[in-house]
Design a binder for this molecule. Structure first.
Ligand SMILES: [Zn+2]
Length: 137
C-alpha cells in the first residue's frame, strides 16, 4: 500500500460509527472489552465484569468472520430483515444479516458470514453514520 492510500484510509473525519464498538479502520472491525480476570467479553462499557466482578478490562479486536448460531426473520415494516447472533471466534455478536434473502431457505444455522459496514445516511453537515452487519461469505 502506498503512503497516499494509507493516508486516505486513515482519514475518518466525516464518518462516525453508529455504535462505539465498531472501529472504522481499514478494514473495519468490532472491538470488545475483555475482562482481564476471567476473559468474559462485552461490547458495552462496564464498570465491573458480570461474571467475576473484577474491574480491569482490555480492548480486543473481534474476528471479522463467524458463523450464525441463531437467527430470526423479523417482519416489521415493509421489508423483513434477519436478526441474528454470530459466533466470531467464541464471541457472540448480535447483528443483522445483510445482503441475503430474508427467508429460511437462504439463512441457515452454521452459515458462514463476514463483517460488513453500510451508510445509514448523512446529517446536515455531511457526517456519515456507519453501521455494521454481517453478510454471507
Ligand atoms: Zn470477569
Amino acid at each position: 500500500m502506498s503512503e497516499a492510500q494509507e493516508k486516505e484510509t486513515t482519514e475518518t473525519s466525516g464518518k462516525i460509527p453508529f455504535v462505539d464498538y465498531l472501529i472504522l479502520d481499514n478494514p473495519p472491525y468490532l472491538q470488545a472489552q475483555e475482562c482481564l480476570s476471567c476473559g468474559a467479553r462485552y461490547f458495552d462499557r462496564r464498570n465491573a465484569c458480570a461474571s467475576c466482578f473484577e474491574d480491569q478490562f482490555r480492548s480486543v479486536a473481534i474476528d471479522q468472520e463467524g458463523i450464525v448460531t441463531s437467527f430470526s426473520i423479523v417482519q416489521m415494516g415493509p421489508i423483513p430483515y434477519v436478526s441474528a447472533v454470530v459466533d466470531c471466534g467464541g464471541t457472540s455478536v448480535k447483528c443483522t444479516i445483510m445482503n441475503v434473502e430474508p427467508s429460511p431457505e437462504h439463512v441457515t444455522l452454521g452459515m458462514q458470514v463476514k463483517l460488513m459496514t453500510y451508510s445509514m445516511g448523512e446529517d446536515s453537515e455531511g457526517t456519515e453514520a456507519i453501521a455494521f452487519g454481517f453478510e454471507p461469505i
